[in-house]
Design a protein around this ligand. Structure first.
Ligand code: EPZ
Length: 426
């Protein structure tokens, strides 16, 4: 099979309903947490994206059996606890493999994970993950590119998990999962407050853990002897929802985004309304309509409840068509601007100054062949293609498939002229 690409003819106004699926970034840590469980885990609304398939493969190598039930739920059961090593080729493919570190250490008393290198959105250090497990009494060694952590017994402790860019989402997950089975009380200060962290804590509590304070910067975990299994439904994907809100706005259309938690998107909706995009909460989700004229705005990415870095690229696509200059500052991943050069190929006027981009709105974008790079940059290019005059080809769509389930089908169903092709197609 050749490399897939999207072919988009822009200009159609999108109208109709798009249903959002379960959150990829809730699914991955919760799936990894099944390593801690002595019973069967049944997870509902797990999105069938490439990253979920990759993690199922990694969990398989770690003795966790996974299968999809006929009702679409994912079933996970620990069959064998011998292996504690996450191989380089897995970690290289998916940075979120780091999620298995905490559970392996807590349940199997050891973990060996290859050092995740950088990735398209910049450096991806794990020093805060290691700080967390060291505070719980683990020994940490670096052996030829692998991180080795081990501890016969973990002891609860106090830790401050703030880094140079603020809190850490997966680092907070590592700390919570390791502390669940530690002896005594653990307090995490400057914990991440993202909804996906809250979802992980709620899942762990459903398995018998004793966690409180999730959603605030101070999380308290009372260690317990063991965790059983449970049946759990994960939260909807706020980043998928935000991506489709931009699709409505950038095509000057009207969409009902179903299964969308507006309370998970307050900072994003605040910026959209300043631009002139109305987001109305309804019983089933959110109704999105936009003014024909888009106002320029300033936006800075911050940890939750601030503006999500995962929606920065998508908003930039919209601001390329605003009536004036917008300023976008990326405080979480300062290099997360790989979409800028590609948007410029479509006629956008963007000047990058370090962690800040000045976007000078243009009357219209022009379709062009562009290259996807990371998951959210790819989404931004698709959004720009929906609005651009003419044909846009977004290459290397495998980046997009890591985090979005059949985006082209959802967009075509509301009027987009988009198709997935493979470069092997004649
Ligand atoms: C999660 O990554 C998400 N991934 C990312 O989404 C998201 O962009 C990010 O949180 C921020 O919201 C998953 O949940 C699977 P961080 P994570 O630790 O946890 C620095 C997507 O598109 N840092 O919160 O790895 C780090 O370099 C993906 O779905 C340290 O310095 O991000 C960054 O600058 C992309 N030391 C900042 O903290 C550490 O030990 C926030 O990173 C860890 C992180």
């Amino acid at each position: 099979m050749g490399l897939d690409y999207f072919r988009i003819n822009g200009g159609n106004r999108l109208r109709g309903r798009i249903r959002v699926g379960g959150a990829k970034n809730a699914a991955l840590p919760i799936m990894a947490a099944s390593i801690l469980c002595e019973g069967e885990v049944i997870l509902h609304d797990i999105p069938r994206v490439a990253d979920v398939r990759s993690l199922c493969e990694l969990l398989g190598k770690l003795g966790v059996e996974s299968d999809w039930r006929s009702d679409g739920a994912l079933r996970l059961v620990v069959r064998d606890e011998m292996n504690c090593k996450a191989e380089y080729d897995m970690v290289r493919k998916m940075r979120a493999s780091i999620c298995v570190l905490g559970p392996l250490l807590a349940k199997r008393h050891a973990a060996q994970i290859s050092m995740p290198g950088g990735c398209a959105i910049g450096d991806r250090p794990i020093d805060l993950h290691l700080r967390a497990v060291q505070k719980l009494g683990a020994e940490v060694d670096l052996v030829s590119g692998d991180i080795m952590v081990k501890a016969r017994r973990l002891r609860g402790g106090e830790m401050f998990l703030g880094g140079p860019f603020g809190s850490t989402v997966l680092g907070t997950g590592t700390a919570m999962m390791a502390a669940c089975l530690a002896d005594g009380l653990t307090v995490i200060e400057m914990a991440a407050c993202e909804p996906e962290v809250v979802d992980l804590a709620n899942f762990l509590n459903a398995c018998g853990a004793s966690i409180s304070g999730q959603g605030t910067p101070r999380i308290v975990i009372e260690g317990v002897r063991r965790l059983g299994g449970c049946e759990y439904r994960i939260i909807p994907d706020r980043i998928e929802a935000g991506t489709y809100m931009v699709a409505a706005a950038i095509t000057n259309g009207e969409l009902l985004i179903e299964n969308c938690r507006v309370d998970h998107l307050l900072a994003f909706i605040d910026r959209l309304s300043a631009i002139g995009v109305q987001v109305q909460k309804t019983g089933e989700g959110a109704e999105v309509t936009s003014a024909r004229r888009l106002e320029p705005v300033d936006v800075t990415t911050q940890p939750f409840p601030g503006f999500a870095t995962d929606l920065q690229a998508q908003l930039m696509s919209l601001l390329c068509l605003a009536d004036g200059n917008s300023v976008i500052t990326e405080k979480i991943f300062p290099d997360r601007f790989l979409h800028v050069a590609e948007l410029s190929r479509m006629g956008a006027r963007i000047r990058k100054e370090g962690p800040t981009c000045i976007v000078s709105g243009v009357k219209r974008l022009v379709g062009a062949p562009v290259m996807a790079s990371d998951l959210r940059a790819s989404a931004a290019l698709v959004l720009a293609g929906l609005a651009a005059r003419g044909t846009t080809v977004v290459n290397r769509i495998y980046h997009l498939d890591r985090g979005y389930v059949s985006m082209e089908e959802k967009l075509r169903a509301v009027g987009a002229d988009i198709e997935r092709r493979s470069d092997g197609d004649v």
